[in-house]
Design a protein around this ligand. Sequence first.
Ligand code: UTP
Length: 477
Amino acid sequence: MSGSHTDLRQAFEQAGQGHVFRFWDQLDESQQSNLLSEAAEIDLEEINRLSDTLVMGGQEESFDSDGLEPAPYRAHPSNGGDAALWQRAREVGEEALRGGKVAAFVVAGGQGTRLGYNAPKGTFPVTPVSQKSLFQVFAEKIRAAEIRYETQIPWLIMTSNANYEATVEAFEQADYFGLKKENVRFFRQGRLPAVDGKGKILLEDKDSIAMSPDGHGGSLRALVRSGAIAEMKKRGVSTISYFQVDNPLVHCIDPTFVGFHLMEGSAEMSSKMIPKAYSTEKVGHFCTQNGQTKVIEYSDMPESLQEAKDAEGKLRFIAGSIAIHVISVDFVEKMGGDNSDLNLPFHLAHKKINHVDEAGKSVSPQKPNGYKFEMFVFDALPFASDPVIIETRREDEFSPVKNAEGLDSPKTCSEDQLRQFTRWTLAAGLDLATDVTGLPAIRFEVSPLFADSEAAFVEKWNSLEVKPEITDGTVLS
Ligand code: UTP
């Protein structure tokens, strides 16, 4: 036994987690080395503190309504917002883009359990005709912005430990979807062991710990630890456009949003909201409390508040969070640095976790049997100075693929894309038959490289000398 191995085992014994090495003598050399490297990743002090406080102590932050108010937001021009202000914001954002100050950032480390797709979610085919993957759609949107603003846009891609190789491979295979390889930067997020109801670390196998990604909030430390933030600073990037991997409608690069964030001067993190469709819609709520901005999850918000109306009869807490943020590089550094004492809270997820029992038998539980620990990126908002929240339109920007069927599924997302492409063609004066929901009778597709917004579509369409016919199966690219 090497010295470091003995030290590690001792540390686990002392922390009450010695059972992790229970099967040590049955393992061959490479299995032992696997177990050791996983064990070395674990911050025992952190995991025991989380187990003591959250699993055994039940100390998840409880809901407090004292001083809770709906967060103010900048209304979209189509909803009474000041069009001149939005135009000014756009110009400020465009200048930052032209100056190479903006990077795109997708968090793609989730496990995608609900979709049940056996590959990185970003490789999921999502467009209605050509079945482009989510990654390809984002890549083309980023490329379209590079062309429009004659600039280079670095794209940061956070994967989990588990899907890193498959993600990089997908980009290699696709020749980076037309982007410059040196502008695409992959890095892994951190992971934590899952524990049972007594706070004991679970083994996934005799030689392997049940580890899971540390949540999208882990992105702040991963950005710093991976060196991505240092690289961004070197390139002169000051602002990061954050989005999730599951929403092909997102404007990966939105000059107006970037502009609103920058115009505030001291804003460290800003967010987009959509008005909730109905009171119990499962999105977080933007609120303020004690001078801080925060997101309160639908599951934590009492129904009476979710349903509360204002004097005009509109939902009082109407601002729903859709996980689109602009974050300043300096703020990421402040929050994600190893010496930072500004820690995001961890949340507990009670899950079914495959593991080996004390006898070394594999167990696939039917009921949740353990706990995972996750951080949420929106928990950074209370630490941020002067967050700006702007409204976006659901139909323009939000249709995630979360579930295999039903709500937020590949089907609903494909239909929402079709409705969007149809609205653009109608705005350009074309005639397309639709049903009452705006869904066209044909399937067609607009590549982001043809147009990435209604205005861009109209301009492009009008500039075409020969206008193609749009029929079933047309892809405008
Ligand atoms: P979700 O909350 O939808 O989780 O992630 P998920 O893991 O993808 O899916 P389910 O719940 O297992 O079905 C929202 C976004 O945050 C990213 C996901 O990749 C997605 O873009 N995410 C989530 C991470 O990057 N890391 C995590 O640890 C969790």
